[in-house]
Design a protein around this ligand. Structure first.
Ligand code: C5P
Length: 227
């Protein structure tokens, strides 16, 4: 299981300082809306300067018509990131177009699809999707698998069922991880490391418990020791 640290700080300066303190760890870094909208490509380049081996997950959750998503995927593939994501609810055709568009890219980034955001509880999810999270997340995962994606974003609670309905190697990446019982914030389907391991999760994403800690490197070390 790999640790992916969300760089969701208030400024690029703070994110780079955080990356610097984590530069010797074997981790992935997640660049999401806030950081990418504010700091763009320059931020990705600065991260690679700190450690060229940092693996970067660009978490922009594409959701649009198929052609626009494929265009965006093509542009993302030029950024040198190692993984990015789309929303499975954009549909199988859109996901197939994304994969088709980037199939010949050398070192193609991994592509994951968001199933059910970890901030949803079942009631609020059902209001939008008319189905329980457990079933719909698996249906979204099957669509993503059939469209040729590499894996999905889900909560630790859905990981095993998704693997049983696709294949073991189909990646599950789970945000909403609170390694040592930290505050959940806006996350609803939170899990600890032991549960993620039981559920065969491939990547855990941890944001606030690390970047808001007084000593983030210490927390990262503690997490890595428990994996
Ligand atoms: O601070 P916290 O550990 O809750 O951060 C989780 C990170 O994972 C955030 O950057 C959030 O945008 C992202 N994320 C998520 N749920 C998803 C996909 C991404 O929480 N389904």
């Amino acid at each position: 299981m790999k640790l992916c640290v969300a760089l969701d700080n208030d400024s690029m300066k703070e994110n780079l300082a955080l990356a610097l303190t984590l530069k010797d760890f074997d981790i992935w870094l997640k660049v999401g809306f806030r950081s990418y909208i504010r700091d763009g490509k320059v931020f990705l380049e600065e991260l690679k300067k700190i450690n060229p081996n940092f693996k970067i997950f660009l978490d922009l959750k594409l959701y649009d018509i198929p052609n626009t998503m494929a265009d965006a995927a093509q542009e993302i593939s030029k950024l040198g990131v190692d993984m990015f994501n789309v929303h499975a609810s954009a549909g199988k055709i859109a996901m197939q177009e994304v994969m088709d568009r980037i199939k010949d890219v050398p070192n193609r980034p991994l592509v994951l699809a968001v199933t059910a955001l970890t901030s949803f509880d079942n009631e609020n999810f059902k209001y939008i999707y008319n189905e329980d999270i457990a079933q719909k997340a698996t249906t979204f995962a099957k669509d993503s698998y059939e469209a040729g994606l590499d894996g999905v974003v889900c909560s630790a609670f859905e990981s095993m069922d998704i693997k049983n309905n696709t294949k073991k190697e189909f990646i599950t990446l789970t945000p909403g991880i609170r390694p040592f019982g930290e505050d959940a914030g806006d996350q609803q389907r939170v899990a600890d490391i032991a549960l993620a391991q039981e559920q065969l999760v491939d990547f855990i994403v941890v944001g606030r418990p690390i970047y808001k800690a007084s000593n983030p490197a210490e927390i990262v070390e503690k997490i890595l020791n428990s994996l």
